[in-house]
Design a protein around this ligand. Structure first.
Ligand SMILES: Cc1cc2nc3c(=O)[nH]c(=O)nc-3n(C[C@H](O)[C@H](O)[C@H](O)COP(=O)(O)O)c2cc1C
Ligand SMILES: CCCCCCC(=O)C(=O)O
Length: 372
């Protein structure tokens, strides 16, 4: 499938610029920025520059297989679209546009708890596409349970529990602008349309939106969350459960020991703890600990096809594409996301061939060297 959206740029930096020129400064900054001094945000990209691919030649790369299969989900090019909340601040069609674009390429879409549109609306837009649901664990457990059950009913095939946000990171640039999309109701649909959440209110969210949003903010975080509590999800759903936000090999070991179905090595794109490990630096030790017993997904810093080759070589089974696709959304709506997906697939395919591989799943450390 080829998308005609030639007015959009091809490089990440130009795509970011196109989004900046399209958006007001507050929503653009919300996406672009990280926590604190943004040391970790920068480290995520810099870590990729410290690994170099040492390609092999004359390997007959005329036929290539980029795919991965994880937990019953087919990934045609070993990547998925990362959960990104509040997409309505970037484009009126928000997650609906992204979910449609993902489906057009068969790329699985991970819908955020704090989406602008409800998980049912996103599922309808995603149609026959494949989708997972990202869960922010609410301190109101019955709301959490209700959302998970709704996701199962709406055809989501895995639950990704994000655990790196017991509290929100200190995002200085958002604080400077006093810009908080969740408080503005841009990521509220899953709560406002939830029957259990509605039962907590004396008037409907339509009648008293401000009261409903205040209730949302009061139950959004669960800083007391523990491994034991997350295990309770097993009683609620038969879907695979992945833990997103792992950086320490000991936590990866716990996830394996407790029989979770997968993990996502991630530092939330440098938006939570500034000064923490880059995601790529965390990956090898985690992959060595997991030893293939459960799928290891990776995000934070994937910008190009060669980045995906490096992450797969260091032990990831698949990667999540984050900021690049929402810059495409901002700059061009559904076609903008299609453009980003299409270019990423072409770039990844080229990188696999030029590395001397015919299967993405064959990527391994023998083709990488640490430089500087
Ligand atoms: C604007 C924005 C919103 C995000 N919202 C969520 C979210 O709702 N849930 C979640 O688990 N992660 C969220 N993330 C983190 C992404 O899933 C992913 O970990 C991160 O974007 C990876 O970093 P990268 O985009 O720099 O590669 C968000 C990231 C951004 C940039
Ligand atoms: C109160 C903060 C909620 C943020 C939810 C979206 C997200 O994960 C992000 O990084 O932004």
């Amino acid at each position: 499938m080829t998308v005609i959206e030639r007015s959009l740029p091809y490089s990440y930096s130009h795509l970011e610029k196109a989004a900046e020129l399209t958006l007001e400064k507050e929503p653009f900054t919300y996406v672009q920025s990280g926590a604190g001094a943004e040391v970790t945000l920068r480290a995520n990209e810099e870590a990729f520059e410290r690994w170099a691919i040492v390609p092999r030649v004359l390997k007959d790369v005329s036929s290539r297989n980029l795919s991965a299969n994880l937990l019953g989900t087919h990934l045609p090019s070993s990547f998925m679209l990362a959960p990104i909340g509040n997409q309505g601040i970037l484009h009126d069609e928000g997650e609906l546009a992204s979910a449609k674009a993902a489906a057009a390429f068969g790329v699985p879409f991970i819908a955020s708890t704090v989406s602008t549109f409800s998980l049912e609306e996103i599922a309808a837009a995603n149609g026959d596409g494949s989708r997972w649901f990202q869960l922010y664990w609410s301190s109101d457990f019955e709301v959490t349970a209700s959302m998970v059950q709704r996701a199962e009913t709406a055809g989501y095939s895995a639950i990704v529990v994000t655990v790196d946000m017991p509290v929100v990171g200190h995002r200085e640039r958002d604080l400077n602008y006093q810009y908080f999309p969740l408080a503005l109701g841009k990521g509220a649909a899953n709560f406002l349309q939830d029957p259990v959440f509605q039962s907590r209110l004396s008037k409907s969210p339509v009648e008293e939106r401000d009261v409903a949003l205040a209730e949302l903010l009061s139950v959004f975080f669960e800083p007391a969350l523990t491994w034991d509590k997350v295990q309770e999800l097993r009683k609620i759903t038969s879907l695979p459960i992945l833990i997103k936000g792992i950086l320490h090999a000991d936590d990866a070991k716990i996830a394996v020991d407790l029989a979770f179905d997968g993990i996502v090595v991630s530092n939330h794109g440098g938006r939570q703890l500034d000064g923490c490990f880059s995601s790529l630096d965390a990956l090898p030790a985690i992959a060595d600990t997991v030893k293939g017993r459960i799928p290891v997904l990776f995000d934070s810093g994937i910008r190009r096809g060669a980045d995906a080759v490096k992450a797969l070589s260091l032990g990831a089974d698949a990667v999540l594409l984050g900021r690049p696709y929402v810059y495409g959304l901002a700059a061009g709506g559904e076609n903008g996301v299609k453009h980003v997906i299409e270019q990423f697939i072409k770039d990844f395919d080229s990188a696999i061939a030029l590395t001397g591989l015919t299967k993405a799943s064959d990527a391994n450390r023998s083709i990488l060297r640490k430089v500087n």
